[in-house]
Design a binder for this molecule. Structure first.
Ligand code: IVH
Length: 708
């Protein structure tokens, strides 16, 4: 529908407008352009399922048009994207009018936006700004909307959202969704006809299992849970719908009339009470106080939104935000609607996880053991609330597999963990000007030919004296993980390295303080502080020094094992690989690398110099292995804490348990001996009870046992 040149042009115009650049002065032309761009992005999103903009970016563009139309309503055209809610009508199903239009929601992105929303609602309702207003907050499920009509307690009709006014009649499909009751006792409340609104979704794990099964059968894979759910709702055969394991979460009781056709909904008082009633009638509703919450004011609502933003990845379902609704049904009615959304509700959108940007350059970093890491330099783009312009490309294979080229538009993502990741190049936006990335053959810092060990993805600079490697080793040496020299961060190391004061890690212990004091930004005080930190580090446990030598494969744990098994660091000079292997948990790789390191006379000389400068090379108390607790009430027992503890933190409890001889574990299994339950214990207690072999005790009982 759109050719590549056009797509590229639309993409670039959108980015420019989002950055506030090149905005057309003629309002007519501006509105026309925004309409065109929004339609293009809607096509990419809804039809092709390959958005080119993050959700937030799309929303911002949409808002630009909305604002323009608000200022000059004569610019509104019937086909403006602001004049409709997204449509899924395509003629295959019978269209039915909704009892009330299914609207969209306004958006907010942070606590400040919510506070603004709270103020505007109160203004509208003539409520004093200082008066608390109660809200109901629940997840914004990311699936397909559904409207269910019940008459005389029977499900008579189900429809998709369609264009908001007309929906597609999909009753037969809805009937196979197990969580949609075919009969519900609405008469109990005197309701003859009701319309419920909800979202049809698929659990993430079911989605993954379904795709795994499809892969096995050689079928094409579903793109994401959302499309699988919306597509599932609109399949021709209900039997096939049943195989998709759809679920319907009901999030509102929209309309309820009594036998005289009179509105009877408002009697419930609050949205919370209405959802409680639906739960009692057997509907799948977000769980009270866990998935949804009645909040006394907007601050409580904002805190609940934040809590869910933090835990969204752990949730079984895809959610793209939370919905904050005025809880009082009477106030909802008073607040009313715009043509686009209710005035009494707002979506709190989580930071977008995907965005697109342009790959400008690739820089190569050299690590402390010479590993080369390619890093993409991109046009700055906002992703999940942070501006990103640098993204690791991991290694050469990653670049090859994704066929990344300079100038490519790339899709980036921040999912689960916080590190951004390049998902793919948007190759249909290429115009031929993109240039393949030539991976370097020589180290960009010392020009030594790079090597790639067989079977490894990493390419390394083999020059131990490579200035970048030396610098990275010093940075690591002073870091928290190693010598933990407070106040001597990466920036200072880089600066001192540049001045030639740091040529190896031993130089850390003979810094020219008098000269440093003359540097801009330094004074007597800061230099004294630095010197004091370095003096403190002289007394560090031996394992920190060993770890801080950056010996390949020698991690924290192995450093601790070595420190506990020598009288002096230089003992290791005489150890054979064989000797290392006598230590339990030291393997051949560590043995080989440490032995090689000590076989280098330069390294040994460096340690001697360090000792001369005052660095501790002998094991301290902290290097001695902790003796296992052999006495105590819980010796030989495994223990687990669940629920919220009232008298101590989880960490304190675990320390007390360990001191009493217990081994802390993280899950209920056949091997668990003791489960200590705090308030609101969850599934762990049920599981432990089901096993029947676990001793369950309260927090008070636990404390009594450890102190007794
Ligand atoms: S309330 C009058 N609550 O989000 C409109 N909507 O932009 C009130 N959605 O497609 C909508 N979870 O289907 C509401 N807990 C929730 C929701 C929710 C998902 C969907 C809804 C619609 C879109 C609104």
């Amino acid at each position: 529908m759109y050719d590549p040149d056009q797509q590229k042009a639309f993409f670039e115009r959108s980015k420019a407008l989002l950055n506030g650049q090149d905005i057309l002065t003629d309002e007519d032309e501006r509105a026309a352009e925004l309409r065109q761009l929004l339609k293009f992005h809607e096509h990419r999103y809804y039809v092709m399922n390959e958005p080119l903009l993050g959700d937030t970016e799309y929303d911002q563009l949409f808002k630009q048009l909305e604002r323009l139309e608000e200022q000059s309503p004569e610019l509104i055209t019937p086909d403006s994207p602001t004049q409709r809610v997204g449509s899924d009508l395509d003629g295959d199903f019978v269209s039915v009018p909704h009892l009330v239009p299914m609207l969209s929601l306004g958006n907010s992105y942070n606590a400040e936006d919510l506070i603004e929303f709270d103020k505007s609602v109160k203004r509208m309702l003539n409520i004093d700004e200082d008066q608390p207003l109660a809200y109901a907050v629940e997840p914004k499920y990311d699936g397909g909307s559904i409207a269910l009509v019940y008459e005389d307690d029977l499900l008579v009709r189900a429809a998709t959202r369609g264009n908001g006014t007309l929906g597609e009649e999909i009753t037969a499909n809805a009937r196979v969704i197990r969580s949609v009751p075919l009969v519900a006792d609405f008469s109990r409340f005197g309701f003859r006809k009701v319309e419920l609104r909800g979202e049809v979704i698929i659990r993430k794990d079911k989605f993954a299992a379904m795709n795994a099964a499809r892969a096995k059968q050689g079928l094409s894979l579903f793109a994401n849970p959302r499309n699988t759910a919306t597509g599932g709702l609109r399949m021709k055969s209900p039997a096939e719908v049943a195989t998709r394991e759809l679920e319907a979460f009901i999030y509102s009781l929209g309309i309820a009339t009594d036998e005289n056709g009179k509105d009877a909904l408002i009697d419930f008082g609050t949205h919370t009470a209405a959802l409680d009633a639906l739960t009692a009638l057997g509907f799948k509703v977000p769980k009270a106080n866990i998935e949804r919450k009645h909040c006394n004011d907007i601050n409580e609502a904002a805190a609940f939104c934040r809590q869910w933003e933090d835990q969204r990845e752990k949730y079984h379902y895809e959610i793209d935000g939370m919905v904050v609704k005025v809880d009082s049904l009477a106030l909802q009615e008073r607040a009313g609607y715009t043509s686009h959304h209710p005035r009494w509700a707002i979506a709190y959108k989580f930071a977008a996880k995907q965005a697109t940007t342009t790959l400008l350059d690739v820089e190569y970093q050299v690590g402390k053991i010479g590993t080369i890491t390619p890093v993409a330099k991109t046009e700055p783009v906002n992703l999940a609330g942070v501006s990103i312009s640098s993204i690791s490309l991991h290694n050469e294979d990653f670049i090859r597999e994704k066929d990344l080229r300079f100038g490519d538009k790339i899709l980036i993502e921040r999912a689960g963990d916080v590190i951004p990741y390049v998902v793919k190049a948007l190759d249909d936006l290429r115009d031929g000007s993109e240039v393949p990335i030539e991976y370097p053959k020589a180290c960009p810092f010392c020009d030594t030919a790079l090597v790639r060990a067989e079977g490894e993805a990493a390419v390394r600079c083999p020059n131990y004296e490579c200035p970048q490697q030396v610098l990275q080793r010093i940075i690591f040496h002073v870091s928290k993980a190693a010598m933990d020299i407070d106040g001597m961060g990466k920036r200072y190391v880089e600066q001192f390295f540049e001045y030639g004061w740091l040529n190896s890690i031993v130089d850390v212990y003979r810094l020219p303080y008098a000269e440093i004091e003359q540097l801009e930004g330094f004074g007597t005080k800061s230099v004294e502080k630095l010197r004091a930190s370095i003096d403190t580090a002289l007394e560090n446990p031996l394992w920190r020094l060993l770890h801080g030598l950056s010996i390949h494969h020698l991690g924290k744990k192995a450093s601790q094992l070595l420190a506990a098994n020598v009288q002096h660091a230089l003992d290791l000079e005489n150890w054979t690989e064989e000797d290392f292997l006598h230590i339990k948990d030291i393997g051949p790789t560590v043995a080989k690398n440490v032995a090689e390191w000590f076989a280098n006379p330069g390294n040994v000389r460096m340690l001697r110099e360090m000792e001369f400068l005052g660095v501790n090379l002998t094991p301290t108390d902290a290097d001695k292995p902790k003796a296992a607790v052999t006495e105590g009430p819980f010796v030989g027992k495994s223990i687990l804490f669940t629920g919220s503890l009232q008298q101590m933190s989880r960490k304190e409890a675990q320390e007390k348990a360990a001191a009493a001889g217990a081994r802390n574990v993280s899950a209920v299994s056949g091997k668990l001996n003791i489960l200590v339950v705090g308030e609101k214990p969850g599934s762990k207690l049920k599981k432990a009870e089901a096993l029947g072999t676990v001793e369950v005790m309260t927090e008070a009982e636990f404390l009594e046992r450890v102190s007794g």
